[in-house]
Design a protein around this ligand. Structure first.
Ligand code: ZN
Length: 229
């Protein structure tokens, strides 16, 4: 069902299907200007019980709920990466990695050839690509437009979620000290925890894709269990 990135745990490269848009190398869309307030507000509103927060509300359309959450997570991740982006460059992070075992390549060009890139370029491409999907009325129809979600909506959402996770994974592995110095650790952990509960609730990302943060996630979610017990 879910397109597999790679058989090899040491190298993950997406082979883009028809969902893939041409890669844009130039657009920088992360923003660090508003990160504090938005992330703080998320932390406050969801600290009590993130597991409940991700569940489909009564009478809510499931696709609409998933779409709204993906909009929010994309925004949060843009902000989060924006806060550390000046520390993530071709010198500090010449490859898009999540620890020593996992490296991601970006496919581009007519033949979808996977190419190595530095983490910041990869993440820029990734966030741009997600934005393009979210802006596409054929995939994410706005409420004001009388359109239905496409048949492949869930596959698109799985791809978006799988890719967004990689930004968390890179930041946790390679920029955690910066996040701590910026006093963003609690915000990031809450955002990640919320994201993990969300993707598990709707089965959007397979377990093997979460391997790069397996221990980190176990630690985060066990803390949540204690908090809500
Ligand atoms: Zn980096």
């Amino acid at each position: 069902m879910i397109p597999s990135a790679s058989e090899n745990n040491h190298l993950k490269s997406d082979t883009f299907d028809s969902l893939m848009s041409p890669v844009n190398h130039q657009v920088e869309q992360t923003s660090d200007g508003q990160s504090d307030n938005s992330l703080a507000s998320l932390t406050d509103s969801n600290r009590k019980n993130l597991k409940d927060a991700v569940r489909l509300p009564d009478r809510e359309d499931p696709n609409e709920w998933i779409a709204n959450n993906l909009f929010d997570f994309h925004k949060q991740i843009c902000m989060l990466f924006g806060t550390i982006s000046e520390f993530c460059n071709a010198q500090s992070c010449p490859k898009m990695t999540a620890g020593k075992k996992y490296e991601y390549w970006w496919s581009k060009g007519p033949d979808r050839r996977p190419v190595e890139s530095c983490a910041s370029d990869y993440i820029d491409h990734l966030l741009d690509w997600v934005q393009e999907q979210l802006d596409d009325e054929e995939v994410f129809p706005s409420l004001s437009v009388d359109k239905k979600f496409p048949k492949n909506f869930n596959i698109v959402c799985q791809t978006i979620a799988r890719r967004l996770f990689r930004v968390y994974a890179h930041i946790c592995h390679h920029h955690l000290n910066t996040v701590k110095n910026l006093k963003e650790e609690a915000h990031m952990n809450t955002s990640l925890k919320h994201f993990i509960y969300f993707i598990k609730e709707f089965d959007l990302v397979p377990e093997n894709e979460l391997e790069p943060l397996k221990d980190y996630i176990e630690n985060l979610t066990s803390t949540e269990s204690l908090e809500t017990a």
